[in-house]
Ligand binder design. Structure first.
Ligand SMILES: NC(=O)c1ccc[n+]([C@@H]2O[C@H](COP(=O)([O-])OP(=O)(O)OC[C@H]3O[C@@H](n4cnc5c(N)ncnc54)[C@H](OP(=O)(O)O)[C@@H]3O)[C@@H](O)[C@H]2O)c1
Length: 293
């Protein structure tokens, strides 16, 4: 048994994944645009993740664009049977690296085909529809045409499961009326807790919540409380932030991103990290829970 098995598992549609996964966005070049400086090092991170027992990798064809998916294919194809690759559609990159909406049904269909080709798969395990009504926070707007387009691809067998990303509760409810939704991927971490009520509702319904920016993303988490708790436990602040997420709810799946094997190992080591109740309480205090706002 690899040590990450201690982080337990959760259902993602018909598949079961370990709760400690890996987010591949950091493998592309600076600004998630173009190739990385050292593609061998990027492929080594992917191989190290799978060798350590990771069976859930999060990606998108707009990372690079195409770069991250091609690295995944080069490093891991033919894929282990238990590996679940989750991608997302809804955006494209401008010539200058800008993140632009690509959100019409026809664009989404094209993006699913781009993912299939670049990943070298016949079907995608999970496709997240990335709502582009907001930037890092969700904005309202109907997702019906987009979800319907993905549901059609699911009928064709090209997409096994559908998730949604950066969505409001209204958008999630609309999507769930149109087809089964297996996961929600929104911005959430120990210091940014807009998703609190949503997580608990999804847990009751057996739907995975996959926080993006679990370590703060482009602005790494910094908090004296996080540092104090980490010091007391003899671990790093990043490990402490991930351990808090693991304890937050059993339906929370982690996809921390890193371009470094050393950071990957550090992140996966949280499977063994027990957060005592007083540490949990201190960390809970970093951000006011949604109900208190
Ligand atoms: N749905 C969406 O809109 C959306 C948006 C953003 C991201 N995502 C997904 O979420 C995944 C995770 O998000 P993310 O990668 O943006 O942010 P993140 O996991 O919160 O943080 C990544 C940053 O933390 C650093 N880091 C990782 N482990 C570390 C450690 N142990 N010690 C110190 N620094 C560490 C990384 O640098 P190093 O490379 O130096 O380790 C990188 O700068 C992405 O890979 C992507 O798949 C989805």
């Amino acid at each position: 048994m690899s040590s990450i098995d201690k982080s337990s598992t959760f259902k993602l549609g018909s598949r079961t994944v370990k709760r400690l996964g890996y987010g591949a966005m950091q493998l592309a070049g600076p600004g998630v645009f173009g190739p990385p400086k050292d593609p061998d090092a990027a492929r080594a991170v992917l191989r190290a993740a799978v060798a350590a027992g990771v069976n859930h990798i999060d990606t998108s064809d707009y990372y690079g664009p195409h770069v991250t998916n091609r690295l995944i294919r080069e490093a891991l194809h033919p894929y282990p049977d238990d590996l679940v690759i989750v991608t997302k559609v809804g955006a494209r990159r401008g010539d200058d690296g800008a993140w632009l909406p690509a959100f019409t049904p026809a664009e989404l269909v094209q993006q699913v085909h781009d993912n299939l080709r670049n990943l070298g798969r016949d079907a995608i395990d999970v496709v997240n529809l990335r709502s582009m009504f907001g930037h890092m926070e969700p904005g309202e707007g109907s997702l019906e045409p987009q979800v319907t387009a993905l549901a059609e691809l699911q009928h064709q067998g090209l997409v096994r499961h559908i998730g949604v990303s950066s969505v409001t509760r209204t958008q999630l409810a609309e999507a769930r009326r149109l087809c089964p939704i297996v996961c929600v991927q929104n911005h959430y971490n120990v210091a940014h807790r807009n998703g609190d009520a949503l997580i608990d509702g999804l847990a009751r319904d057996g739907i995975a919540y996959v926080p993006f920016f679990p370590l703060g993303g482009f602005t790494p988490l910094q908090s004296s409380t996080l540092s104090d708790v980490a010091q007391r436990l003899g671990v790093t602040p990043m490990q402490t932030a991930l351990a808090w997420l693991l304890r937050r709810s059993p339906n929370v799946l982690l996809i921390p991103g890193t371009s470094s094997v050393a950071h990957l190992r550090e992140n996966l080591a949280v499977a063994d990290l027990h957060l005592p109740q007083d540490a949990m309480a201190a960390l809970d205090g970093i951000a006011a829970p949604a109900g208190a706002r």
